[in-house]
Design a protein around this ligand. Structure first.
Ligand code: FAD
Length: 307
């Protein structure tokens, strides 16, 4: 059965929820479709200290608050995995695993996902010591030795979060300095539980067949291999856009990010994109929310123009 709705928002992260709030408050019928629980990446985030209005808030708590706001004017959340979009001009068909939606406008808000390093043991021990989410899994490693792979904001922020639980957190980074913001670096260097291995190229996650026992890395210059014991390894080596379903629309750049103008419009009239999935210089909750406001208003203007 095909459902009819004015606006389909694909993805119910902070961007999608804000777009749904704006569009539904403008009296449009709106469905947010998500293949997971609403909240998006905020569900995998420990403490958020850079969202205005809160000096500190847990990611899932912020997700709940945004959801309450997003649905107050009638926007709905439905579970579904979007597999493609057909552009028929003034009408678009959004295909999901469970059925189709006929709509006037679509907002792509599918965000991004953590990249895998692609080393032996990473897949094998996923969920058995290998994690991409400190807030989800950190509590399993109380007073244990942990490794964090990466050197950006996420790696260091989540490493700091883990120090509240773990005995030690060793960051293995392939460069000789971190990419994380200076304020985060300062906190990390001041934390007794945080240790750093520079110019370390991770080779494999070690395990005993049941769970992780360590991480092997190679020194970039000497080539020497070392295995450090660890009960868990948390991987933060970059993100990729969730845009497989939109490959046929002609709206992606060569890396798969969606190209928009400053009104969040793609090159296809009636299809907007917001948040982390966009080709943009900053991927944060604040930027996703700002994009969502623009697109929520943008779909209203677009639908008005259809007459
Ligand atoms: P997302 O939050 O990625 O949501 C996208 C949604 O789309 C997901 O729910 C997904 O299930 C859904 N989806 C994807 N594909 C499909 C499909 N085909 N069909 C249906 N649904 C689909 N930002 C900050 O501002 N401050 C922080 O402190 C902070 N810390 C972070 C820590 C971690 C560990 C991580 C992972 C991120 C952090 N971020 C932080 C980044 C922030 O969470 C993101 O920038 C933000 O969530 C992006 O919002 P979004 O709405 O664009 O997409």
């Amino acid at each position: 059965m095909t459902k009819k709705v004015d606006v389909v928002v694909i993805g119910a992260g902070p961007g999608g929820m804000t777009a749904a709030l704006y569009a539904s408050r403008a009296n449009l019928s709106v469905v947010m479709i998500d293949r997971g629980i609403y909240g998006g990446q905020m569900n995998n985030t420990a403490t958020i200290e850079n969202y205005p209005g809160y000096s500190s808030i847990l990611g899932p708590d912020l997700g709940e608050k945004m959801y309450a706001g997003a649905t107050q004017f009638g926007a709905e959340y439905e579970y579904g995995n979007v597999t493609g979009i057909e552009d028929l001009g003034a009408t678009k068909i959004v295909h999901t695993d469970d059925g189709d939606y006929e709509t006037k406008a679509v907002i792509l808000a599918t965000g991004a996902e953590h990249r895998k390093v692609g080393i032996p043991g990473e897949e094998e021990y996923a969920g058995r010591g290998v994690s991409y989410c400190a807030v989800c899994d950190g509590a399993f490693f109380k007073d244990r030795d942990l490794v964090v792979i990466g050197g950006g904001d996420s790696a260091i922020e989540e490493g700091l979060y883990l120090t509240q639980l773990a005995k030690s957190v060793t960051v293995i980074h392939r460069r000789d300095q971190l990419r994380a913001q200076k304020i985060i670096q300062k906190r990390a260097f001041a934390n007794d539980k945080m240790h750093f291995i520079w110019n370390g190229l991770v080779q494999s996650v070690e395990g005993d067949g049941k769970e992780v026992t360590g991480v092997t890395y190679k020194d970039k210059f000497s080539g020497e291999e070392t295995t450090i014991p660890a009960a868990g390894v948390f991987i933060y080596v970059g993100i990729k856009p969730m845009t497989d379903a939109f490959a046929g629309l002609g709206v992606l750049d060569e890396h798969g990010w969606v190209i928009t103008n400053d009104k969040m419009e793609t090159s296809v009239p009636g299809i907007f994109a917001i948040g982390d999935v966009r080709q943009t210089s900053l991927r944060q909750i604040t930027t996703a929310v700002g994009d969502g406001g623009l697109a929520g208003q943008g779909v209203f203007n677009y639908i008005q123009s259809l007459g």
